[in-house]
Ligand binder design. Sequence first.
Ligand code: NAP
Ligand code: F7E
Length: 334
Amino acid sequence: MKKALISGISGQDGSYLAELLISKGYEVHGIVRRSSILNINRIDHLLQPGEMHGESLKLYFGDVTDSSRLADLIDRIEPEEVYNLAAQSHVNISFHEPIHTSEVVALGALKMLEAVRKSGASHIRFYQATTSEVFGNAGVSPQDEHTPFHPDNPYACGKVFAFHQVRLYREAYGLHASNGILFNHESPRRGDNFVTRKITRGLARIVAGRQNKLALGNLDARRDWGHAKDYVEAMWMMMQQASSDDYVIATGKSHSVRDFLDASFGLLGLDWSTHVVSDPELLRPVDVNEFIGDSSKARQAFGWEPRISLREMAREMVITDLLHEGIDVAQFGL
Ligand code: NAP
Ligand code: F7E
């Protein structure tokens, strides 16, 4: 049975990746941060109540800023595949907490790489969660593996550092280490303070009468939004290649925040403009106007294709959030 270790397993992608790997017969091991309340609600369906070590999923407290713990876990678990998904992943928060963000995103990735290298287990394969944010306002569209980096926020700067460490460990030490340069991907498990989930949760609360206004920032920003389920498959496919490399994963289509508002409010026949208010606090010191990715390299190398459209994803997110508010979705024909 293959063993995989995932940092960031309690996050959106970590939860879908854990499900995917378990469905493929892996024993999955995950690092979770200790907090006063155990924060594993995206993965607790994979365990018995109160359990940390299930049959196919085993969790360990740890933090990617703690080198000695990482070394300890790699030695103890002896994984074949290591997925480094841990991050302070919110771009706007990274402007407010640049040091913390860099410690987790940049040094955390390096500490994971070092723990793998120092274990001496040269067969371990390493996946790094790189991001389209490395391109920033690149002035080149669409972005692919040859697009120059121009990180426009502290989070993206940390991810550029990590990207190059991964490349260096591949070249210097022969480690099978890949960067998945993933464009935005969402789902009903997306954190509440990312724009798509904020919109679908806000919409459900408006319908439930618990909220009337929805405060948002830049509505003109355009993103290449895919579904997290499709994207974790790309992570796994990358790790199965004979040699490691860097791959862009994207849908190749961009939509504005307004388009996402249309897609979600439109499902219920509602006009978002009567609810959305502008909050200058939500504007970033620098925002990227548009991301749009070209994932031809991944398509050609291992046949990856996105399957779930933006409309299908918006529908799934809206239905989940309406049900969470106890609303009968049938009244909307959903
Ligand atoms: P997410 O939902 O924010 O999850 C981040 C995970 O990292 C959580 O499990 C979090 O734990 C964990 N974490 C944070 N700081 C940590 C630390 N110091 N030590 C150990 N774990 C820590 O992010 P996501 O959307 O799943 O994204 C997964 C990865 O892909 C991230 O690295 C992100 O930067 C990158 N990425 C995401 C996207 C996207 O559109 N979703 C696109 C490109 C790249 P807690 O639950 O305790 O907070
Ligand atoms: O913002 C605008 C905002 O925070 C998208 C992370 O997973 O994807 C994500 O980063 C756009 C931006 O995602 C609000 O200004 C308007 O232009 O959902 P977001 P992001 O910044 O693109 C990349 C690929 C990652 O790697 C990151 O980890 O929407 N926007 N109004 C807003 N954004 C937020 N969060 N909240 C608003 O109220």
